[in-house]
Design a protein around this ligand. Sequence first.
Ligand SMILES: Nc1ncnc2c1ncn2[C@@H]1O[C@H](COP(=O)(O)OP(=O)(O)O)[C@@H](O)[C@H]1O
Ligand SMILES: [Mg+2]
Length: 344
Amino acid sequence: MALLEVKDLVTYFPHEKGKVQVVDHVSFTVNERECFGIIGESGCGKSMTATSVMQYHNEVGAKIGGGQILFEGRDVMSFGKKELQDYRGGEVAMIMQNTMSALDPLFTVGDQVAETIRRHTGAGKKEARKRAEEIFTFLGIPADRYKAYPHELSGGMLQRIAGGIAIGSNPKLIIADEPTTALDATVQLQYMQLLKKIQKQTKAAILLISHDIRVIQMMCSRIAVMYAGQIVEEGNTDEIMEHPVHPYTKALLEAANPHALKVDRISTINGQPPFLLNPPATCRFADRCANCTHRCHQQETGLYADNDGGHFHRCILAAEEKERNATENGKIEAFRIREHKAAI
Ligand SMILES: Nc1ncnc2c1ncn2[C@@H]1O[C@H](COP(=O)(O)OP(=O)(O)O)[C@@H](O)[C@H]1O
Ligand SMILES: [Mg+2]
């Protein structure tokens, strides 16, 4: 069942010359107990998507330009103060990349975990402390760290504490935004295993955001690939790993692991993503794409179904090729499944 539904979300930063549209008609669903991943290179809008889902966009100076965010069918954008309080850090918990800035330097980490439990579950002080100690044990944090202050702990340990704060409220959804990026390689792997353990134990769904394909592959059953504010491919993780359709996904996978992929053409990602001030409706990857034709610069893109199994992509050429094959086989289908709305 759908826990979180994001529909046609648009988030932008006002600019003297228009709107910097950093999240552009993004739609995805996170089902109960599932781990859904968003992957894409730095600056493509992953964090702003999460920030919008949490309704923290105002705090960073961004505005929502359209769309809907539904949590258990409830319209998050219309939440009042109390509902928003229960939602943020309660029903939905976040684990950020930079834990140090999320923790309060003046309180011990144990007290901070206990405080989350108290605030969101209504537990008394004593009960919250007991539960916090149980969480420390569960997360493999030595008991003597309970009274430590954030600056006294290593990055890996702080990230575990962040996990503890996240699960303290019994969330239904955990949003983990680059949770391992600040950690070194060996600790990264341990942390992913810990996240898996958290998911198994708490039965929470996870929205995992990362630029690291290995992290996403290890955790997620379905993924969305983002480029320049848009989802360019979405589907089952194994299927996308085996049969990536969008040239950006192919390049991303090759860059991560050039030998393991069965893609027909090797290309590296040269150049930069476009600046998203009043972005065009045509393909945003065209300037960096080895396969690009004149049509890619002229024709609006949409999301096209690659199969009936929930695999979508945003490549006009791949959709056209598929349509040609289908037509030759006497089967004419409409591959454009979700129209790109004109820029707001
Ligand atoms: N305060 C801001 N003002 C203008 N643009 C911003 C601001 N914060 C982020 N951006 C832009 O929003 C885009 C998306 O950022 P973000 O969601 O943080 O990317 P990601 O998490 O994928 O690395 C980036 O291109 C970034 O430059
Ligand atoms: Mg980010």
